[in-house]
Design a protein around this ligand. Structure first.
Ligand code: SF4
Ligand code: SF4
Length: 511
């Protein structure tokens, strides 16, 4: 009896394979009617050239029909369906509910991401959830795979049946500056240590950056399946990516100029754009990626045409394509030299970090205070613990006054919102609640552009944290360890008391 290969089998078979992206639409599909999306999904799942179909979850923050709906339809025809699961619209309970549904329907391949900030919905802009992020979502799915322990009605712990999720994480190497690229790579390691088993890259048009992801993983002894992302361009899409209208998607001046030049031709650039996509696939194959993932098309024939074109190239053509498709921007930082060695200037700068405007008086002071009083095991921490233990028994004047002092000082210094579960020590004394649009506690989201936040209103806190930590030669440790989960039950309580009395996530880290 033959068994259907799982996506894990496919991606670890050693054979380069192709995946296709399907994007749902806003609105519903009546049960008795056909739909372009379902027809596209069926055509892709039925074709042997396509090894898996990946279904997006409200991409770009736009509201659409959920991917799990289409996923359960397509899973009846093909086992290798990947459902994207993002944290922007659902809190941890809704994500867990969705994960149970996915597991119940046999949709075991999940790409876990933070997601773009929500766009306008019914009667205005939707607020983002971001209760979890990509790392903590991966950790939750991994915990479900291990058998989730949950309290029963009488308080006893029950272990729920184990799920079989094959968990993917994503990485965004298309960041121009060291301060935003390196945190992306460190976060990738954190995703893997928390349970990611295969990796999608962000879409992009610089093959050197794709190669760099592979080199980075190799340099850490990691050989997980890596999937390169190809998005079929046209003039309109190139313009959107160039203007950074879609967070994390980058097109350079030079590529935009080429897109505009070819789009002015009789075929509107079709031959150029299709060949570009096919060449990118050929490079992924040559570099030893597990697969290439193609998006940006509404017709199954377009996917097949690009794959057929990629398969017809000569065995070594990819080497030339890899040199040809390097559409970087001015000042682009690469972690690796073209000879594969670590960037020598970067290595030197780790030993001799220069000054940074981020290492200001505020940061120096808060570092000193943290190491003196907030580092477990120190005499300062033990002293504060004794004081707060006494105050904690007195729920009246003293504890309220201490909390008031804390609130005012942290508001002035850190833009604190009194969340009660403080992550200042995790982010070089920057506040994820007050200074990050997505409350990211486990590393940067993929949406920053030139070090600025996805929402374009401030510098990304993780780029700032990197600069601070680099000054103290502490960047390597900046994103290590288990995922941080914010405990909303501590909101509007004293973060200091919760820290000294072991009630917050920092106490769990110490265990
Ligand atoms: S307690 Fe919460 S809101 Fe306040 S500084 Fe710390 S992380 Fe930010
Ligand atoms: S501050 Fe950085 S991590 Fe936070 S939302 Fe903006 S780009 Fe993303």
């Amino acid at each position: 009896m033959t068994t259907t290969p799982t996506l894990r089998d496919v991606l670890t078979s050693g054979r380069f394979c192709y995946g296709a992206e399907v994007v749902t639409t806003r609105g519903f599909v009546p049960a008795d009617q056909s739909s372009k999306i379902v027809d596209l999904g069926n055509a892709l799942t039925d074709d042997p050239r396509i090894s898996w179909v990946s279904i997006t979850d409200n991409p770009g923050g736009n509201v659409m029909l959920t991917p799990e709906w289409l996923g359960q339809l397509l899973a009846k025809r093909r086992a290798q369906i990947v459902v994207h699961l993002t944290c922007k619209d659902r809190n941890r309970n809704a994500l867990e509910s969705t994960a149970w549904r996915l597991a119940s329907e046999g949709l075991n391949n999940v790409l876990a991401m933070t997601g773009d900030h929500p766009k306008a919905g019914f009667h205005g802009l939707a607020s983002g959830s971001f209760d979890l992020d990509s790392v903590s979502l991966i950790a939750m799915l991994k915990a479900m795979n291990d058998g989730l322990p949950v309290p029963g009605r009488k308080g006893e712990i029950t272990t729920l049946p184990k799920t079989s999720f094959y968990i993917a994480g994503a990485v965004s190497p298309f960041k121009r500056y060291e301060r935003e690229l390196m945190p992306q790579y460190f976060k990738l390691l954190r995703k893997i240590s928390n349970g990611a088993e295969f990796i999608y890259t962000q879409l992009g048009y610089d093959m050197r950056k794709f190669h760099e992801v592979k080199l980075f993983l190799q340099s850490h002894g990691i050989s997980l399946p890596l999937i390169g992302n190809v998005y079929l361009l046209n003039k309109t899409v190139a313009g959107m990516f160039y203007r950074n209208d879609v967070p994390g998607c980058v097109v350079s001046d030079k590529l935009l100029a080429l897109a505009e030049k070819y789009a002015a031709g009789p075929d509107k650039g079709r031959a150029f754009f299709f060949e570009l996509a096919a060449k990118q696939l050929a490079v992924f194959k040559g570099l030893g990626f597990a697969g290439g993932y193609i998006g940006g098309m509404a017709k199954a024939e377009s996917f097949f045409e690009i794959i057929d074109m990629a398969e017809k190239f000569g065995a070594n053509d990819w080497k030339e394509f890899a040199k040809e498709i390097q559409f970087c921007r001015d000042g682009e930082f690469y972690l690796f030299e073209t000879d594969g060695a670590l960037n020598r200037e970067y290595v030197r700068s780790l030993e001799h970090p220069g000054d940074s405007k981020e290492v200001n008086f505020n940061y120096r002071l808060s570092r000193c205070v943290h190491s003196a009083f907030f580092t477990p095991g120190t005499s300062g921490f033990n002293f504060m613990k004794r004081i707060y233990t006494g105050w904690d028994k007195n729920t009246g004047f003293l504890s309220r006054t201490a909390h008031g002092v804390e609130k005012v000082s942290k508001l002035v210094m850190f833009d604190c919102c009194d969340c009660g579960d403080c992550s200042l020590p995790d982010i070089a004394n920057l506040c994820p609640q007050g200074s990050c649009s997505k409350n990211q506690r486990n590393g940067p989201c993929g949406g920053s552009f030139d070090g600025r936040c996805e929402l374009k209103d401030k510098d990304c806190i993780w780029a700032r944290a990197y600069e601070r930590l680099k000054h103290y030669k502490e960047t390597k440790d900046m994103l290590q360890g288990q995922a941080v989960f914010y405990n909303a039950g501590l909101k509007n309580s004293s973060g200091w008391a919760n820290s000294f009395l072991g009630r917050d996530h920092n106490a769990k880290k110490e265990k």
